[in-house]
Design a protein around this ligand. Sequence first.
Ligand code: SF4
Length: 121
Amino acid sequence: MKRTITCIGCPMGCQVTVDYDGEDIHSVTGNTCKRGDIYARKEVTHPTRIVTSTVRVDDGRIPQVSVKTAQDVPKEKIFEVMDALKGVHVAAPVRMGDVILENAAGTGVNIIATKNVPKTA
Ligand code: SF4
């Protein structure tokens, strides 16, 4: 079967067509560079994503901190990761890169803070 996807590797947004059969890739066409080939192969066989969200901060100068998965997680695990974040709250101060939740939804991937939140004065 054939599937055409838009490469997200750069703003050119090449339309990359993958001819495949299950895990067997017969051809990849339409990509301008190797990154598009790698992205398209992965997207049709093992799609993954970085997940972003926010969690509550207790005693912080702002009430929430933005977070993300430290690495890509399998696309089918996105909702479980979001669920695992429900009800999570951390105490200020929070530093960018702090681990907010380990092994989110059993993916082996940690959730980390993407900004600093100082404690209220
Ligand atoms: S295939 Fe290469 S040039 Fe095309 S969008 Fe992807 S990264 Fe950019």
